[in-house]
Design a protein around this ligand. Structure first.
Ligand code: ZN
Length: 536
């Protein structure tokens, strides 16, 4: 769509609700509901799809892209969420990981959390002040508000990094679950919707959760898988003790709390019933915790997803009752990978765990001893993959030797697929080809920011889980450049939209251009990495 045509729709329809545009496009929806289901992989959607009868089933009757891609290598929550409502890959959003290292940071803690502001005195990456400081691009909500200040933007999530990345700086309300309550940016007043949501969630959390009933559809998943010691997964029912805030977040009730708060905001703020299009961003985080604690292919995940399907159905029905013309775009921030123990039972003999020997804190001292250097030498992920930084206190020649030695060390490690230096990554073009055809260097390039990323990047082999079996409660994870972590469903639904399914690969960065066309929001040339998928 041309800029002028888009502007015409924006002024004529989307934002003023006036006369028909030249192509008789349907009027813009009044509410954009963007849903990120954390760790909801394309594989989970495929495995459970035939049993959905609620919200997921409704969306599966819309425009369905079962092979969407979080196309970049760093398949973590913060980078993934940063793509969904910006239309930009992490290389452009600046959100290269959940946590990165800035060896030159002024404070003692050199780890930088993606939604903190490390320049606030007295903070650390664990005790931080939530901030938009690291997000380098505007969100859909920011762009919409710049054009139509009457538009409202609300973001509610189970995690701060999800709420921040989907909201944008101009959000009217931004709330996330933390510990025992919904929190917001410092100094924000607490609306009655949040006070009520906190009371309800705290009441729920204070009680022990009884085991869920096992739906018939989940019986095939109900198989015990021994992990380590006395830990076994697969037959869980998501029960938890009274006050157990760690297990609470891995239950459908945690997602229900987010949806209930969002529904209250819709009601109180009359979202979708104002003069302009509003944006409601939802981060449903429980699926991710279920995947991390129990793996992706047990009864636990099945029970949770069928419950979430019901909760989403209830949420959409409430919007229907309110007579709101809304469009839903649902996707995930990354995919996921099952526990290696169950993968081995199910035909993947090479599934394995790392033992921690590749961590920067273990390898740094080895290199220091070998090269006669002092100091940490290497900074990087404790799990031994992703970005690594060479101590900037070393001189150029020393840094060269550390880089050469580190590349050789990691390159020879049996669980490592590839080591890419900064120069090798930057030599790769930011790809314009379909994401399922990308090289490893192209995947890394898509989440590489020269100002923040490491001196080299380590990629583990497929089916290697970077967590020892003794870890608790997280025993499974995502974060790899492999398709089980990159592929996510992308589903659009609006009343009256002719449904179709496109099995070819598209990207989550395509969501914003698609929604922008629908609501008549012009996007500046080259402002996004994605493209409009339909109705353009
Ligand atoms: Zn996530």
């Amino acid at each position: 769509m041309s800029f002028l045509k888009a502007l015409g729709i924006a002024l004529g329809l989307g934002l003023a609700g006036g006369a028909a545009a030249e192509d008789r496009a349907p009027p813009a929806p009044k509410l954009v509901v963007a849903v990120a289901v954390d760790q909801f992989s394309a594989d989970l959607f495929a495995q459970h799809r035939r049993h959905f009868s609620g919200g997921f089933a409704r969306l599966a009757g819309g425009a369905v892209f079962p092979s969407g891609y979080q196309s970049h290598a760093s398949t973590e929550t913060c980078p993934g969420h940063s793509t969904i409502l910006t239309g930009a890959r992490p290389a452009r959003t600046g959100i290269i990981a959940n946590m990165w290292v800035d060896p030159s940071a002024a404070r003692e803690d050199k780890n930088i959390y993606c939604v903190e502001d490390e320049t606030v005195p007295g903070t650390t990456s664990a005790r931080y002040e939530v901030s938009f400081a690291h997000l380098k691009v505007p969100t859909l909500g920011d762009r919409l508000k710049a054009l139509s200040p009457a538009s409202r933007v609300v973001s509610v999530s189970g995690k701060d990094r999800s709420a921040v990345m989907m909201a944008g700086r101009g959000a009217d309300e931004i709330w996330w679950w933390k510990g025992t309550q919904f929190m917001s940016l410092a100094g924000r007043p607490v609306p009655s919707a949040v006070a009520g949501a906190n009371r309800a969630a705290q009441d729920r959390l204070a009680k022990a959760r009884p085991p869920s009933r096992l739906p018939d559809a989940c019986r095939p998943f109900d198989v015990a898988v021994p992990i380590d010691g006395d830990l076994s997964v697969g037959r869980g029912r998501l029960a938890h003790a009274a006050g157990d805030r760690v297990r609470y977040v891995a239950t459908p009730e945690a997602d229900a709390a987010v949806l209930d708060l969002a529904a209250q905001f819709v009601k109180d703020m009359k979202l979708g019933r104002g003069p302009a299009t509003d944006v409601l961003a939802l981060g449903l985080s429980a699926t991710d915790y279920v995947g991390h604690y129990y793996g992706t292919a047990g009864a636990e995940m099945c029970i949770h997803l069928l419950a979430l399907d019901g909760l989403l159905g209830r949420f959409f029905t409430a919007l229907d009752r309110g007579g709101i013309d809304y469009v839903v775009a649902l996707t995930a921030d990354h995919g996921g990978h099952d526990v290696p123990e169950r993968n081995r039972m199910h035909g993947v003999a090479e599934a394995q765990r790392t033992d921690g020997a590749l961590a920067a804190s273990r390898v740094g001292p080895l290199l220091a001893a070998e090269l006669g250097l002092k100091g940490p030498v290497l900074y990087g992920d404790v799990a031994g993959y992703g970005d690594f930084w060479i101590d900037p206190a070393l001189d150029a020649a020393q840094r060269e030797s550390v880089l050469a030695r580190a590349v050789a060390f990691y390159g020879a490690a049996p669980q490592v697929a590839a080591v890419l230096t900064r120069a090798q990554v930057l030599a790769a073009e930011v790809p314009r080809t379909p994401p399922d055809t990308w090289t490893l260097a192209e995947r890394v390039r898509a989440s590489f920011d020269p100002a923040r990323s490491g001196d080299f990047v380590v990629l583990l082999k497929p089916r290697v889980t970077p967590i020892p079996s003794s870890a608790r409660p997280t025993i499974a994870t995502h974060g790899s450049p492999w398709d089980y972590d990159r592929r996510v469903p992308i589903l659009f639904w609006r009343r009256g939209l002719s449904g179709f399914e496109q099995p070819l690969a598209v990207e989550t960065v395509d969501i914003v251009p698609t929604l922008a066309a629908m609501i008549g929001l012009p996007l500046p040339e080259d402002a996004v990495d994605g493209r409009c998928l339909f109705g353009c």
